[in-house]
Every structure is written in structure tokens, then in C-alpha cells.
Ligand binder design. Structure first.
Ligand SMILES: [Ca+2]
Length: 620
């Protein structure tokens, strides 16, 4: 009975977070908190439960090897991606296995809904009572990131007769996905005067250092301190990635997986494009896929997902304006990986690129069933020639998140079968030239006693990265230290203070505002891959990008440009919801956590940003 007030409070914080930026997001999203500690299970016997049984494929033992082979330049099987039918024949579960598991599921009291088109994921439905008995598991109700979720108290026990048939049992425990969109902490009109001195100029800069409040101490050399960027427009963003007039992604499809569906998404996008120097997105090239209708917010951050949808569509279209955009909407924030699976099985979409600006907040989940099921799915995507791109996170090394004491990386970006996208800050000058580019790891200062004093804690927000605790290092990271998977792999623009101007509707009111986060970096990269694939045309698809990136970077090709530390700062009058209005300075790439931007691979930007030869090398 205490569920509702807590959910409401957390939802409120979550939407405040969107309005006021990083620190509040972190404060508003606690880890798992029992809603009814010591109380009943909170999951009635009659509660409907949908379980996904990930079955063992006919040649499951060869799946990882084949996925690596088709992705690795020089391998005889390079780019020998399989069709869905071929995937099903080779790596799908054999009919006898499907029949055995289906028969067991029916005897256990489940209804068998069917097998997906990859031949691996068998969906069954039943009640909590049936699920508890079938898998000898307790089910309890908990709150994660403010969302009430069902959690299995132990790993589900697989009955001996079918244990070898099952890779993973998922759906008993629900995991909450968070959009990684970030907004500046203040929303002043662009033309606001911000100081008595004429030299202080206007609140925000339409290009880097157009305005720089001169009456506050200058911590950085001339040209390296600026007022916040008003939000880069289309030509500025395209210039940052060296796109030419002909780089438009024609004939390609970028699939964006999010949650919920804003009915104004297309109109909002076109209203923004009209003022942002970007050609319109015709309705014929914007497709929404809703595999399951939404049953309501369920405590999820709907406003955040709606902003995410706007950001993803508008960033991907700006980079690849002639590509088709497919927005696949999960019904709530606990079914995004299921929606990726639906996309992979959907023959009506020409899926080669899936952009995922979401993650499971905090460290990689301990739920090995969930990790295995998602990882097996992403390996199958790789075999299909589908490149998946995941945001690395917006909370740096995660150590500042409530309940966390040490650094961690986030999932699914930490899967070896995806490309993890980190974030940068970038100054773009008056002529669209690059003034600087560095890693996005921001710290805050307050003006006190005539000088800048670091806030405590100093960390504001920044790209996620570091060492996986769950996954060993894929072969393409062999030259990097350690034995575990490192995240991210590559980076693109992420800092909301040097963010991208995005328009969306909130409570019936259209607004434009600069947005960032690795949520921005991810659709930028997805759009660039679409442009690259369009350059060569035909059926060439990149698939899993990472082996290509690491091998070409090692060979000295300019497929990536290394990102190094650059000192630069941004003045702002508001830095969080908790602190009064005043004079604040954001140190870009402050490195106040464990993540530092250094020469060579680093855990903020990975190998770096797409380089001069990115568009040609990844498809050559
Ligand atoms: Ca670097």
C-alpha cells in the first residue's frame, strides 16, 4: 500500500531531472529499494507473467565464433552475414527441442505463445503461481529507479529434462531501462542579458565563445571559456562529422529503439528542422513500430523517453537526412531488450542499424539469465549483419549514483556483441570549424570570494565507461590492458552544454532546447553508419562495427581520431535544482572520477571520434 506514494515521488524526481540536468537525475534514481521490506511478496498468485525462454540453438557452440568471423576483416567469412532463414536453420533451436520445451511449458501450466523468427526466443505466458512452481523461484515486488518491478528471489531453476535446451529464462525479473538524455540546468531565453557589463553579452552562444561572460574570473585561456551553447543546428552538427552535401544516407534505414511513443514526434521533428537548417523528414520515411500497446507509464520516465525519441529522430535524420527512420516503441521501460528482439525478427523492416540510447541504470545487473539472454540476442544480431549501438551512460564511472561505492560500467553497452558509444564535448566556431574536442566528464565550480571553488561532490555528469565485471575481453580488444571487456568503443557529441538543438512537445507546448548525453552520441553514430553504407550502396552492411574499428585503428587508418584532454570551461547561472542562481563554471573533461581522457584508447571516448576516413573505411 506504500507503493503509490513512492512511485509518484520518484516519477516526479525523474521528470525534474529532465528539466534540470545531471545532478538531479543521479539523486532521483536510487538503486533497488524494497518497497515493502519484510512484508509480503507483493506479487499475487494471479499476476500475469510473460516469460521468454531463450533456447539453445542447433549450433549454439559455434555462434560466438561465427559472429566474430563475419565481423572481422580478413576472415574468410567476413561479411558473410546470414538471412533470418539461414540464422534460424543454423543457430535456431531444432524442432525437437522446441517441441520438448513447449510440451514441458504446457504441462507446467503456461500458454505457449510462439517462437520468434530467429528461432530462439520462445514466449510463454502464465501466472505468478505457475511461474513460481515451474522454476522453483520466489517472486517479490521491489522498486528500481522508482519503478515497481517484479524480481525473482533466486535464479530460476531449470527442470532437468529441459535444462540443456535452455540458455536463459527471462521475464520473471524485470529490469528498468533509463534514457540517457541530458539537458542543461537552466532554460533562459537566448537573448537574455546576463550581466551589467556589456561585454557579458547574452545568455547562450550560437557557436562556441560567441558570448563569454567577461565579468567573472577567466579560468581558461581566451577562446577556451564560453557561455553555454544554445544548441548546435544541423549544419554545425554535420560539419563536426565532416559530412558533405552528398552524404545523406539514401536507401538506408536507422532503427531507434525507445519506450512509449510521442504522437507529436514527426511534427515536432519537422518544426525543429525548419528552424535548424535541416531538410524535412517526410511521413513516408518515418515509421513507428508498436509491437505491444503501452498499458501506461507504470512509473517509468515517460517525459524522458519522449525527449529521447525527439533527440534520436532529429539527430539521426540530421546526419542521414535521406534515410528511413523507424521508431520501435517498447510498451514501458522494462521491455526495451524485448523490443530489440522484435525488431530483429521483423521481416517488414530492412534492419541493419539499431540505435539504443538507453541502459539499465547503475552497474551491470547480477541477473545472469538477463545478461545471457540479451547477449545471445546481440550475438544473433551480429550474425544477421545488424549493427547495434548502445549509449555508454551519462554518469561517468557510476560511483556517484546512490548506493554505489565504486566504479562500474552499464549494460547492454558492456556486451561484447555491441558497439558502446561514449561522449565528447565540442566547441564549434563561427565558421563551423572545430575549436576543440575532448572527453565529456564535467565538474562544477561556484564563484565564491572572487574565485572558482569546486562543488562537493565536483562531478556533474559525463560519459560512462570502464571495465566490465561480467564479460571477458573480445578478441578485437586484445591490445588493450586487462582481461575484461572495456567500454566504450567510440564516441560522439554528448555534452548538453555543447549539445544539439532539439524540439519536442511537453504538456501540449512545443519547445526547443539543447540536449545531449550519450543519448545524442548514439544516434549520431548510427546515422554516420547509414551514410557510410549509402556511399557504397548495394547490400553492404557494417554489422558489428567494433572489430573493424579496432583493426583499422591498429593499422593506422584514420578511421578514428584520438581524443585527448583539453581544458575548457562553460559559465552558467544555474547548475542544479538544489543550488541558488549565481555564477558557476563547468570544467569540461575535469577527470574528477576514475575516467580520464588520455592519448590512445580511454574509457571516456574509446578509440576516439569518427575520423576523416571513417565513412569509407568501415565499408571498404
Ligand atoms: Ca584518447
Amino acid at each position: 500500500m506504500q507503493v503509490r506514494p513512492q512511485v509518484r515521488r520518484m516519477a516526479l524526481l525523474a521528470s525534474t531531472a529532465l528539466a534540470f540536468g545531471g545532478m538531479v537525475v543521479a539523486a532521483g534514481n536510487a538503486g533497488a529499494t524494497p518497497v515493502r521490506p519484510g512484508g509480503g511478496s507483493g506479487v499475487p498468485d494471479s499476476e500475469p507473467v510473460t516469460v521468454t525462454l531463450t533456447l539453445t540453438g542447433a549450433e549454439e557452440h559455434a555462434l560466438d565464433g561465427y559472429a566474430a568471423a563475419v565481423s572481422t576483416p580478413g576472415n574468410a567469412a567476413y561479411r558473410q552475414h546470414l538471412s533470418r532463414t539461414q540464422l534460424q536453420e543454423r543457430f535456431g533451436a531444432p524442432p525437437s527441442r522446441v517441441a520438448r520445451v513447449s510440451s514441458w511449458a504446457r504441462r507446467a501450466g503456461f500458454t505457449v505463445q510462439g517462437m520468434d523468427a530467429t528461432g530462439t526466443r520462445l514466449t510463454v505466458t502464465g501466472t505468478a503461481r505457475v511461474a513460481r512452481a515451474a522454476f522453483d523461484v520466489g517472486l517479490t515486488r521491489t522498486s528500481k529507479a522508482g519503478v515497481p518491478v517484479r524480481v525473482a528471489t533466486t535464479n530460476p531453476r531449470k527442470p532437468a529434462a529441459i535444462a540443456a535446451d535452455l540458455q536463459a529464462v527471462t521475464g520473471l525479473t524485470q529490469h528498468v531501462a533509463k534514457p540517457q538524455v541530458m539537458r542543461q540546468a537552466t532554460q533562459l531565453p537566448r537573448r537574455s542579458r546576463i550581466g551589467a557589463a556589456a561585454r557579458d553579452g547574452e545568455f547562450c552562444s550560437t557557436f562556441w565563445a560567441e558570448w563569454n561572460k567577461g565579468s567573472v574570473p577567466q579560468k581558461y585561456p581566451a577562446g577556451k571559456q564560453s557561455n553555454p551553447v544554445c544548441g548546435y543546428n544541423g549544419p554545425q552538427l554535420r560539419a563536426l562529422y565532416g559530412l558533405g552535401a552528398g552524404d545523406r544516407g539514401a536507401g538506408q534505414t536507422v532503427v531507434i529503439v525507445g519506450a512509449f511513443n510521442s504522437p507529436t514526434a514527426l511534427a515536432d521533428a519537422n518544426a525543429t528542422f525548419a528552424r535548424n537548417g535541416v531538410p524535412p523528414l517526410p511521413a513516408s520515411r518515418y515509421i513507428t513500430k508498436i509491437y505491444q500497446p503501452s498499458g501506461g507509464s507504470n512509473g517509468c520516465d515517460v517525459a524522458g523517453f519522449n525527449a529521447e525519441q525527439a533527440l534520436d529522430i532529429q539527430a539521426a535524420h540530421t546526419i542521414a537526412p535521406e534515410a528511413t527512420i523507424v521508431y520501435a516503441a517498447a510498451p514501458d521501460c522494462t521491455q526495451l531488450e524485448e523490443t530489440v528482439a522484435r525488431v530483429l525478427a521483423d521481416a517488414s523492416i530492412d534492419t541493419t542499424i539499431i540505435s539504443n540510447s538507453w541502459l539499465i541504470l547503475g552497474p551491470e545487473p547480477a541477473d545472469t539469465e538477463y545478461l545471457t539472454a540479451t547477449n545471445r540476442m546481440l550475438a544473433r544480431a551480429t550474425v544477421l549483419g545488424v549493427g547495434t549501438y548502445f549509449a555508454s551512460g551519462d554518469f561517468g564511472d557510476n560511483s556517484g549514483l546512490p548506493g554505489q561505492s565504486g566504479p562500474s560500467v552499464s549494460f547492454p553497452a558492456s556486451s561484447p556483441w555491441t558497439t558502446a558509444v561514449g561522449g565528447t564535448s565540442a566547441g564549434i566556431g563561427a565558421d563551423n570549424q572545430l575549436v576543440f574536442q575532448t572527453g565529456w566528464e564535467s565538474a562544477g565550480n561556484r564563484l565564491a570570494g572572487g574565485d572558482w571553488q569546486r562543488l562537493e561532490p565536483p562531478f556533474l555528469f559525463g560519459a560512462g565507461g570502464g571495465t566490465s565485471q561480467r564479460f571477458t575481453k573480445p578478441s578485437w580488444q586484445a591490445n588493450l590492458p586487462g582481461q575484461k571487456r572495456l567500454s566504450p568503443d567510440i564516441a560522439a557529441l554528448g555534452d548538453p552544454y555543447t549539445g544539439f538543438l532539439v524540439g519536442f512537445t511537453v504538456n501540449g507546448q512545443f519547445q526547443t532546447t539543447p540536449l545531449g548525453g550519450t543519448s545524442l552520441a548514439t544516434p549520431i553514430l548510427a546515422g554516420l553508419v547509414a551514410v557510410a553504407q549509402a556511399r557504397v550502396g548495394g547490400d553492404t552492411t557494417v554489422g558489428l562495427l567494433t572489430p573493424v574499428l579496432y583493426s583499422k585503428a591498429a593499422a593506422g587508418r584514420s578511421v578514428v581520431t584520438d581524443v585527448k584532454h583539453v581544458g575548457a570551461g562553460i559559465w552558467t547561472p544555474v547548475i542544479s535544482a538544489e543550488l541558488p542562481r549565481g555564477d558557476y563554471l563547468i570544467d569540461i573533461d575535469a577527470g574528477v572520477q576514475t575516467l580520464k581522457t588520455v592519448p590512445g584508447y580511454d574509457p571516456v571516448t574509446g578509440l576516439g571520434v569518427p575520423g576523416p576516413a571513417f565513412l569509407t573505411e568501415i565499408v571498404s
